[in-house]
Design a protein around this ligand. Sequence first.
Ligand code: ATR
Length: 277
Amino acid sequence: MKLGVIGSPIEHSKSPEIHTNFANQFDLDLVFEKYLVGKDECLEWVKSFFESGGLGLSVTLPLKEVVLEIADDISLRAKQAAAANMLFLKDGKIFADCTDGLGLVTDLKTKEIDIFNKKILILGAGGAAKGIVPSLLNGNPKQVIVANRTPEKAIELVAQIQELGGSQLKSSILMPSSLTLDNLENTSFDLVINATSASTLADQNLEVDSSIFKGAAAALDLYYSQTDTLFMQMAKEQSVAKVYDGWGMLVEQAAESFSQWTGFKPDTSGLLESRGA
Ligand code: ATR
């Protein structure tokens, strides 16, 4: 079974070890490689991967949008996210899906972080935020606020998702123009999620006020990191009880992709514990 992950850069990717762990649970004969693929060669590369016997691909930055162009079929959640993190050759056709949001929601359940009827603040309005908002809304939170340093991008994100969401988008979404709690109408949030790319930078000057964590029960950075990100440090300083990085989401989105590719649903607990998640 030939699988892989594509992106640029790719050397940091943990996908091969995650999928090898899953394959070992079912004694599957699996080859899972990392491939350094840039945007320009992406479509040709993907075509020849599937022509040469490939079954599935994980897709990471900066290819999550461009791969939609080669897909014959796109899931609703990938359409809503306007991005895909996995490709799958099914009945001779390339199917694109976005399993990030489901990965996050599964991880939140494992961590006993409720979203039903809760208030959620999402920082950031790029691809990472787009990938998770539809799945969070499916969990019927009371309110989801997308806040971004550049407010126009938050407005655009919300409009795009509402257009594709139909009746399932029940929550109200506001677009504050700045990120202090005062400017967020003094609402306190049950869950704060960092979907900005600030944690990936050496200088993590996240432009938010620590008041956003006031009263929050949980804070989660979508980025996975060996050490606490600035966002996580700020949350801990504000006494948020449950503070996590994105390791759990990474493992769970991979598990969903793996079960679509192979038909086997892997146990994620070993991998989650290995990182203390
Ligand atoms: P991705 O697709 O990975 O989410 P992106 O599309 O570049 O990446 O979006 C990055 C997000 O992080 C954006 O919402 C960006 O805010 P702007 O739209 O204002 O650029 C946000 N971001 C990046 N660095 C930040 C920082 N230091 N503080 C706050 N937000 C930041």
